[in-house]
Design a protein around this ligand. Sequence first.
Ligand SMILES: Nc1nc2c(ncn2[C@@H]2O[C@H](COP(=O)(O)OP(=O)(O)OP(=O)(O)O)[C@@H](O)[C@H]2O)c(=O)[nH]1
Length: 653
Amino acid sequence: MEGMNKGALHPEAKKWKAPKGPKPVHHKNKNVIGLGRTIANQRRMENQIEVLPDGEMRFTTDKKEANWVKLRSVTQENSLDEFLNTAQLADTDFTAEKQQQVKIIKVGNTSIVNQSGLLTQEEMIEMRKKHQLFENKLTIPRRPKWSKDQSKLQIDRQENLSFLSWRRDLATLTENNELLLTPFERNIEVWKQLWRVVERCDLVVQIVDARNPLFFRSTDLEKYVHSLSDPETQHTKKNLLLVNKADMLTRDQRVAWAEYFRARSINYVFFSAAKANELLEKEKEELERLNNMHEADNEKELVEDEDEEEAIRILKIEELEQLFLTEAPEFDDPDFPDRKLQIGLVGYPNVGKSSTINALVGSKKVSVSATPGKTKHFQTINLSPEVVLCDCPGLVFPNFAYSNGELVCNGVLPIDQLREHVPPVSLVTQRIPKYYLEAVYGIHIPIQKKEDGGDGYPTARELLNAYARARGYMTQGFGSADEPRAARYILKDYVNGKLLYVNPPPRRISDSEWDIPTVDEGRDFNKGIYTLRSLPETRQQQIITAMAHKNIPVDEFSLAEDLSKLNFSMHIGEERSKEGEAGAKTLFYGGKQAALESAGDDLDREFFKMNNVEGKLNTPFHTKAVENSKGSGGKKHNKKNKKQDKKLRVVGY
Ligand SMILES: Nc1nc2c(ncn2[C@@H]2O[C@H](COP(=O)(O)OP(=O)(O)OP(=O)(O)O)[C@@H](O)[C@H]2O)c(=O)[nH]1
């Protein structure tokens, strides 16, 4: 107070200043990876004005994206996305395109299927004719020719324009001819990766899923590979079709496919990355065991059928590697005398590229996933001093398809975003026998009787209902079966091979003509695979136990005929038909409606009968519960307990 007064009285007095302390030390911000800095840099980059070589200035508000974002697969676009991407590829701004009245072309026709979502055989044949007619138009984008004098910008521009024209061609093809294509890759960055792989590799290995090899094969890719052979330098390139997941095929199925491949002069090989990896693990374990026990002479035979016919043999890893060496054309580059052999691995997402590489490399260097589209960057792996593997990101090629249901079942349309679940499930019920579906899921599928117009096969909704009710997947409100949820589980099982179906090869009509097999031919081709042994381990055990209860010997058991007699999981055998009830049943859970249909009490009776427990059935737990609740003193006054007491008395006595 005193100081203040003094200041007020003497205006010339010095202004008060803070006492001088030590000088502040400015620490350098060590947080070099700070989020703020990244955002600031990004903003700066985004708002930069670009001066093009022709003097034009360009300013975009586009976000600069990281490389991995650029490589994101684009297989399905809505009209607006498609419009904007088209504008971007055409290197034109939005208004210019708008003035030219750009027509938005919808890629892929979805209105060609009937109500169940499946085509009839006649429609399939019609469609097949169209496919053959336009086969040559089904191309993959080519990299336009470029020279070293061109600037990066010029090359980019011409690549974009050529890519755009390719997309337009495919869009017109599908629109004008009512054709359905696979949801092919629409991101040019992903195709650029493929171009690089094809350009540098001597042998391009196309990996396909053995369950439907032709669906996953791109013939145009093979043509493209050939076209890049350089007669001047004598650098030739070759193709190889690696039919992966061959463990899912029976011997006869492999024979049929081998015949087809040979008749069409397709350079193919059967392989099973899963089995190869399994074997590798076993070998490792065995080696460890031998090292520990010093029992070198006790070496076990790990190899399967050694003397299987060459054409249908599933190759072992060393054999595959050897095949790469022999198949790849020799090329001595005078500029690079130490050049290694380059093997490119190309294929749809989820066909097993990563698993194949893991098997080849022999250790888990590439992560394997059950989610399609995991491999994003083209990467090289040194397999040996002579061989380099080039792994291309999984990409969907443009191929013809018959229905959206088929696309879902082949795993190229995502199941989690499925809108129409009936068509793909219809395909499942058409292909997998009813008894096998029942055995896998431990349910009974009630179907429409033949007298009432049924064809002996469940419809999609019959399967979905039975599955959802048995698992308690009910919708809220009326408590009806949650069919979409059931569909997602069933379709995932189909895609991952738990519900196995192998497509037969096309049928030969004449020397040069091939046709699609009928539904019945497809069923016939697969009839050998639906046996007790192909069921999951736990289910097999359950069924064997149930067989013992019914005194059915294992060697006389037929899954197709005897399954309906057994009680296992939610499946209740048809023996009760003697009591006047019709056929087998499913034990239902959830919802009031489901409770009415529940056969739980019957199952209890059946169970005790099965174990030869005769006489009046007591429920000892309930009695105990009543006694306990009586003896629990204080709690008996609780309203809830009183109610429960009453209920239990009714049930127990
Ligand atoms: N039965 C069987 N399953 C296989 C085989 N090879 C791969 N799989 C399974 O197929 C799924 C996909 O395998 P990945 O190796 O991740 O496939 P990818 O082609 O690398 O997939 P992206 O990384 O998406 O390109 C996995 O669930 C594998 O377990 C095989 O030979 N037999």
